[in-house]
Design a protein around this ligand. Structure first.
Ligand code: ASP
Length: 309
C-alpha cells in the first residue's frame, strides 16, 4: 500500500497555556482527533486527497471551538463573514470564497466554485448567488451565535481595533482551520477556512481564501494551509513561498516550511504557523506562536494530536 498522510490545524491562536483547563484541552483534542480521523478514513479507503481535506475541514467548521463555520468571530457590524479556499495539487485547480454569510460549510462552497464554475474566487453577494444556484441552503444568524465570540466582540466593538485570535493579551483564542493530505495515488491537496478577525470591517479579507498566500497545492512540491496574521501572510505569499523554496532552491519540505515561518514571516512582523505535506507524504507543522492546534496521521499509524510546542 502506498503511503498516505493527513495533517490538520485549528489555528495558531491557542489559549495561553496557563488558561487552558484539562476539560478545554480534552474538548479541543477530541475535535481535532475526529477531524483527522474523518480525513484519514477517506484516504485509507483509497479516496482522494481533495475529498479528505474537504471532509476534515468540514468537521472543524461544524465545531464551535474554532474560528470557522459555526464558531466564526463577529465583524464590526455584528455579523459573520467567512472566507475559505481549496486547491488540488494534481491539476492545480482551485476554488475560493470570501465575505460570505449564512453558509454552514464555506469549504464545501469553495469546492463547488472549483468544480462547477469557470472561476477561482467568488466574493460576497455574488458568491451567495452562486451558492443558491448550486442548491446550497443558507442558515440564520442564530446558528453562528456563540457567547464567547460575542463577549470577545463586545470588548472591542466600539473601538477601531480588530483582533486576531492570536493576540497575546486575550484569553479566548480560537483559530482558522485547515487540512493538507497526500493520498495513496500520490496526489496532494490543501483546504483552509476562517471567520477572520473579530471586529473586522470594510470588507476585510485575510490570507485564508487567497491561493498562494494562505493555501496552495502543487503535486511536484507541497500542499500548504496557513494560520496567522493574515495581512503579513498575504504580503509574504507564504504558502507559495514554501513551494517555491522547494522547487527553485531544492529545500526539503521541513527546511522550506521552517525558513518561511521562523525567518521570513518573522522578519516582516508576522506571527502564525502552517501545516504542509509533500509529494512523498512527509508532514511539516512549524509555528512561531505559543501553540497551534494540530493533528496528523500517517498510513498505518495512530493519530498524533498536539497544542503547544
Ligand atoms: N489567517 C486568518 C486571517 O487573517 C486568521 C487566522 O489564521 O486565525 O483571516
Amino acid at each position: 500500500m502506498n503511503k498516505f498522510s493527513i495533517a490538520i490545524h485549528g489555528g495558531a491562536g491557542t489559549l495561553v497555556k496557563g488558561m487552558m483547563t484539562p476539560e478545554k484541552e480534552a474538548a479541543y483534542k477530541s475535535a481535532l482527533e475526529q477531524s483527522v480521523n474523518a480525513g484519514y478514513e477517506i484516504l485509507s479507503n483509497g479516496g482522494s486527497a481533495i475529498d479528505a481535506v474537504e471532509t476534515a475541514v468540514s468537521y472543524l467548521e461544524d465545531s464551535p471551538l474554532f474560528n470557522a463555520g459555526k464558531g466564526s468571530v463577529f465583524t464590526a457590524e455584528g455579523t459573520h463573514e467567512m472566507d475559505a479556499s481549496i486547491m488540488d495539487g494534481s491539476n492545480k485547480e482551485a476554488g475560493a470564497v470570501g465575505l460570505i454569510s449564512g453558509i454552514k460549510n464555506p469549504i464545501q462552497l469553495a469546492r463547488k466554485v472549483k468544480d462547477n464554475s469557470d472561476h477561482v474566487f467568488l466574493g460576497g453577494e455574488g458568491a451567495l448567488k452562486f451558492a443558491k444556484a448550486q442548491g446550497v441552503s443558507t442558515l440564520d444568524d442564530d446558528y453562528f451565535f456563540d457567547q464567547l465570540r460575542y463577549d470577545q466582540w463586545q470588548e472591542i466593538k466600539d473601538t477601531d481595533s480588530f483582533q486576531l485570535d492570536h493576540s497575546k493579551s486575550k484569553d479566548h483564542k480560537f483559530g482558522t482551520v485547515g487540512a493538507v493530505a497526500r493520498d495513496a495515488h500520490g496526489n496532494i491537496a490543501a483546504a483552509t477556512s476562517t471567520g477572520g478577525m473579530t471586529n473586522k470591517r470594510f470588507g476585510r479579507i485575510g490570507d485564508s481564501p487567497m491561493i498562494g498566500a494562505g493555501n496552495y497545492a502543487n503535486n511536484t512540491t507541497c500542499a500548504v494551509s496557513c494560520t496567522g496574521s493574515g495581512e503579513f501572510f498575504i504580503r509574504g505569499v507564504v504558502a507559495y513561498e514554501v513551494s517555491a523554496l522547494m522547487e527553485f532552491k531544492g529545500l526539503s519540505l521541513s527546511e522550506a516550511a521552517n525558513e518561511v515561518i521562523n525567518k521570513r514571516i518573522l522578519e516582516i512582523g508576522g506571527d502564525g504557523g502552517l501545516i504542509a505535506v509533500d509529494g512523498e507524504g512527509n508532514i511539516a507543522m512549524p509555528f512561531n506562536t505559543e501553540g497551534m492546534y494540530r493533528a496528523q496521521r500517517i498510513s498505518g499509524q495512530e493519530p498524533s494530536i498536539a497544542i503547544y510546542k
